[in-house]
Design a protein around this ligand. Structure first.
Ligand code: GRF
Length: 218
């Protein structure tokens, strides 16, 4: 395929709406990353079918087939190496990766998390945002570090928490910003615009999009 585009794998466990957002963005010829592999930890992940519709090779690595986490990670590593992958995007990937794996992909693996990190790491972020009375919520794209939902943030997108919100309504509002910020972050990582310096992401002013709903690192 096109030379000069970074071969990128997307790891999923579920419906894959962020995978589709990345596939849509990468279908533009000038996008600096090319999605060449989708890996799911579950055979029944809806995202697998979406990847196939885009003609992207898919693989299933079912964690239940691997008694130890390291073996599961090694199976994924083997697929990534075999496919010549340069960047990894976690998109609703529900398995914790070992520290060795994460370090091997340091600053070459990004994740999307549905909160304004460092607030609300972990699960059920929308319910927790409502319960805590937060006025704003959102999503973060960050480089992956061994500790779950940590790591230098590349960009965040914010939404208001509205009166009467349910976790599902709020989740739907957050998902729309997820689909904007994940392709944006992948583009900036793949084209070399962003750097990690001392566990902080530097985003040059010239590449920051002028969108009031976005938060860039200081
Ligand atoms: C998203 O909310 C993402 O932020 C979180 O898991 C969810 C995945 O959704 N990590 P989808 O599979 O991309 O639709």
């Amino acid at each position: 395929m096109t030379s000069g585009r970074t071969k990128t794998a997307v790891l999923i466990s579920g419906r894959g709406s962020n995978l589709v957002a990345l596939l849509d963005a990468a279908s533009e010829p000038d996008f600096p990353a090319e999605i060449t592999l989708a890996i799911s930890s579950r055979a029944d992940a809806g995202g697998l079918e979406k990847a196939r519709e885009f003609g992207v090779p898919t693989r299933v690595v079912d964690h239940r087939a691997y008694p130890a986490r390291a073996e599961f990670d090694n199976a994924i590593s083997a697929l990534l190496v075999e496919a010549g992958i340069g960047l990894v995007c976690l998109a609703g990937f529900m398995r914790i990766l070992s520290a060795n794996f994460v370090e091997a992909w340091r600053d070459r693996m990004i994740n999307i998390h549905p909160s304004l990190l460092p607030a609300l790491p972990g699960l059920e972020t929308h319910r927790r945002a409502i319960d805590a009375g937060m006025e704003r919520h959102g999503a973060s794209v960050h480089f992956v570090r061994p500790e779950m939902d940590s790591g230098p943030v590349i960009v965040q997108g914010t939404v208001p928490v509205l009166p009467g919100d349910t976790p599902d309504r709020l989740a739907a509002r957050v998902l729309t910003v997820e689909h904007r910020i994940y392709p944006l972050a992948l583009r900036l990582v793949a084209d070399g615009s962003v750097r990690v310096v001392g566990e902080h992401v530097i985003v040059p002013a010239g590449v920051r999009t002028d969108d009031p709903g976005l938060i860039w690192p200081d």
